[in-house]
Design a protein around this ligand. Structure first.
Ligand SMILES: O=P(O)(O)OC[C@H]1O[C@H](O[C@H]2O[C@H](CO)[C@@H](O)[C@H](O)[C@H]2O)[C@H](O)[C@@H](O)[C@@H]1O
Length: 281
């Protein structure tokens, strides 16, 4: 049974339904390429489309996000808010925020440095290149704590010198454009579609920006119906669990909630459809 808050969000229009991907819609996998959406999620996203503006807001680059999600006519916001597309990139252009351009070369230099050092010194690490910046994964390293340390020690200073942001995700160190995050991306999305209600679900540190932004927009009244969801795993940051309005248990819990949301929206639409009038006529 959906909470009253969730029902209110779903029935306030225009509505935006936004989701992180890894750890929220898809279970964490050994590598980015091995990740798959939880069964049924793609079709649930498609069924949400008639009722809301649906978006995925992810640290992945858009091409990788779109390959994983594969649903057209939803907004893809990639690389922590840097890349935007209004559907699958084969049908919709990818737009990069112009202010990020200045970081392209510095980021390339740092990733080249990482490649040069890590290939021989830490072959278990994997570099995921993005349009600007990238992620260095150490999930497959036999000693993850030591690998993390090596990566951070290598990149901390040069990142600081070039003004790039070095943040941490799940078994990963991310090289990012400063000043961009999921909170800003959500605010931009809400303004772009003039949304009166919004939902955001996530499971990691970077999702906290999204949660805090929705809480602020709700308090300020610019998005009065807003709800935030934390997806609980063993490694979900306690602060995210504390700040979110609702908690679901793992990706399976998120998928079950999506199913309930779709069922509710479809039954509400059925209840207000003109079907009964036709029979009486
Ligand atoms: O914002 P998200 O959609 O949660 O993206 C964050 C990062 O997710 C991906 O890495 C994570 O998931 C991988 C696949 O399950 C896993 O192997 C890795 O250890 C996790 O850190 C993605 O590859 C990154 O680019 C994203 O920034």
């Amino acid at each position: 049974m959906l909470t009253a808050v969730l029902r209110h969000v779903l029935l306030t229009r225009p509505c935006g339904l936004t989701f992180d991907i890894d750890g929220t819609l898809s279970p964490i996998a050994p590598t980015p390429e091995a990740a798959r959406l939880f069964p049924g999620v793609a079709s649930l996203l498609e069924r949400l489309r008639p009722y809301a503006r649906v978006a995925v807001v992810t640290g992945r680059g858009i091409t990788s996000a779109a390959a994983l999600v594969g649903v057209d006519e939803i907004t893809y916001i990639g690389n922590h808010g840097l890349e935007w597309a209004e559907g699958l990139p084969e049908h919709h252009p990818i737009r990069l925020l112009p202010e990020a351009e200045a970081y392209r070369l510095p980021a390339q230099r740092l990733l080249a440095l990482a490649e040069q050092y890590l290939t021989p010194a830490l072959p278990c690490a994997q570099i995921e290149y993005k349009s600007i910046g990238g992620t260095i994964h150490y999930r497959r390293c036999p000693n993850p704590a030591q690998a993390r340390q090596q990566i951070l020690e290598l990149l901390r200073e040069p990142a600081q010198e070039s003004g790039l942001l070095l943040t941490e995700g799940k078994m990963a160190v991310e090289l990012r454009v400063p000043g961009l995050n999921k909170g800003q991306a959500l605010q931009r999305f809400i303004e772009q579609y003039q949304l009166r209600s919004a939902l955001f679900a996530g499971d990691d540190t970077t999702d906290l920006d999204g949660v805090e932004t929705l809480i602020r927009l709700r308090q300020e009244g610019s998005c009065p119906a807003a709800v935030t969801i934390a997806v609980r795993h063993a490694d979900t940051p306690p602060r995210l669990l504390e700040r979110a309005d609702l908690i679901v248990e793992g990706v399976a819990g998120m998928a079950a909630l999506l199913e309930e949301m779709v069922t509710f929206l479809e039954s509400e639409a059925g209840a207000s459809s003109p079907g009964w009038q036709e029979k009486r006529a």
